[in-house]
Design a protein around this ligand. Structure first.
Ligand code: UDP
Length: 403
């Protein structure tokens, strides 16, 4: 039995048959995905699963990761922050590092990208590769995972010169899309129900995390899983917890994060979070290795409520992961979280620590609502945000670009 057939148990057989049919024209086609980290963050999470599934459909799919020095990632983190609305000036020196790093990577990847039938370039980091392939054979698609709804204009204008020559762009939702001289597709991301992050776990796996992190299974547990990034508002989560704890003294909070190799700001934000939490032994800040998928899975299952209090969010795979585990999510009223958290149905949308605290208190006083909303959350993910839907939309896009 193939990997794909396993998905039929969840999605039904027709979904899998449809994927096989859509993939028929691409038998043996070379499809290359390029991003800037193999571990950490949502893009790496998706590609880890998408590539084997594409291969199983007979597509010659591969994944390349560009490399760069610290200054390159400093620049691309700045781009990420400015696309999400921060007004930061990126110096000419940093922009030259960005361009030169893309030039070096274009040379390193020359043969694989020249040969490719389709190239998916993820996010701004490798966006400037295309200009080095003037006689390209394949179709090049820029895939933006970021909440680019209100970018800082000078940086978007700079990046746009590299993006405009692509054959198509993909954004996660309509609010993020920009006018570009090529077709724009809207494709939200997805999770894999069979990945270590999401697979069903035996009860002892959950008991183990309680024990390992000295959490009390008898007391309510609120969790946020996120890179230590200000857009994820970990300090706001601590404030919400502190407000709720006045009424629920037994409350415990876990902030689980780790490092993405392309995120140089993580250590600074982690330090801020540790300061904000100091003195409260019920706040557990867990610095997990980037392959701690089973452990994050267990924490998400152990939590009563999952929070994702982002103030900007491209999509929020952590929201999807929690919802798939039947947890209601209290999420920031931004970006892709709005696609998933249907206010009062699959969770609550909030804009302030006070709002989050109120919803934490409400849910913990209504365990029946936790279950009911959690069940709705799981169904919403099953019907909209599994990897089979994502793959179908990529294949449909590839079909559209053939003509
Ligand atoms: N993640 C992880 N370890 C961490 C923090 C996050 O494995 O310490 C995973 C998380 O489970 C999710 C992804 O990284 O699958 C984060 O994706 P999301 O879209 O939520 O945010 P991004 O980091 O891409 O902004």
């Amino acid at each position: 039995m193939s990997l794909l057939d396993d998905y039929a148990q969840i999605t039904g057989i027709d979904v899998i048959a449809h994927l096989r049919q859509l993939a028929t024209p691409f038998s043996g086609a070379k499809v290359v995905h390029v991003n800037s980290t193999r571990m950490g963050g949502g893009v790496a999470e998706i590609l880890t699963k998408l590539i084997p599934l594409m291969r199983e459909l007979g597509i010659d799919a591969s994944w390349e990761v560009i490399t760069g020095e610290n200054q390159f990632f400093e620049c691309t983190k700045g781009m990420h922050n400015t696309l999400q609305g921060n007004q930061i000036h990126l110096s000419d020196k940093l922009l030259r590092v960005y361009e030169n790093t893309n030039t070096d990577n274009a040379e390193a990847l020359r043969s694989v990208l020249t040969e490719a039938d389709f190239v998916f370039i993820h996010d701004p980091q490798p966006a400037a590769l295309l200009q080095h392939f003037p006689a390209r054979k394949g179709k090049w698609i820029w895939r933006c995972h970021i909440d680019a709804s209100h970018p800082y204009r000078p940086v978007w204008k700079y990046l746009r010169q590299f993006i405009a020559p692509y054959d198509a762009s993909i954004f996660s939702l309509a609010a993020f899309a920009h006018e570009l001289p090529h077709p724009i597709y809207l494709i939200p991301p997805s999770i894999d129900p069979f990945s270590d992050k999401n697979i069903e776990l035996a009860p002892d796996a959950i008991e183990n995390v309680y024990e390992k992190y000295q959490l009390d299974p008898e007391r309510p547990l609120v969790l946020q899983v996120s890179r230590f990034d200000r857009f994820k508002d970990p300090i706001g989560v601590i404030q919400a917890y502190q407000l709720a704890k006045k009424f629920l003294p037994s409350l415990q909070l876990v902030l689980a994060g780790g490092e993405a190799t392309d995120d140089p700001e993580g250590a600074i934000v982690l330090n801020e979070v540790q300061q904000a939490a100091s003195g409260d032994s019920d706040i557990h800040i867990l610095l997990l290795p980037s392959d701690a998928h089973l452990e994050i899975n267990a924490l998400q299952r152990a939590a009563d409520i999952v929070v994702q209090k982002s103030i900007r969010e491209g999509f929020g795979l952590t929201v999807t992961e929690a919802m798939w585990k039947g947890k209601p999510v209290i999420g920031g009223d931004v970006g892709g979280i709005r696609l998933q958290v249907i206010n009062h149905h699959t969770g609550f949308l909030v804009s302030t620590p006070e709002g989050a605290a109120l919803r934490i208190r409400y849910l913990l006083h209504q365990p029946g609502n936790i279950r009911e909303m959690g069940e709705k959350a799981r169904i919403l993910v099953r019907d909209n945000f599994l990897i089979t839907r994502h793959l179908r939309e990529y294949l449909a896009l590839m079909v559209a670009l053939l003509y």
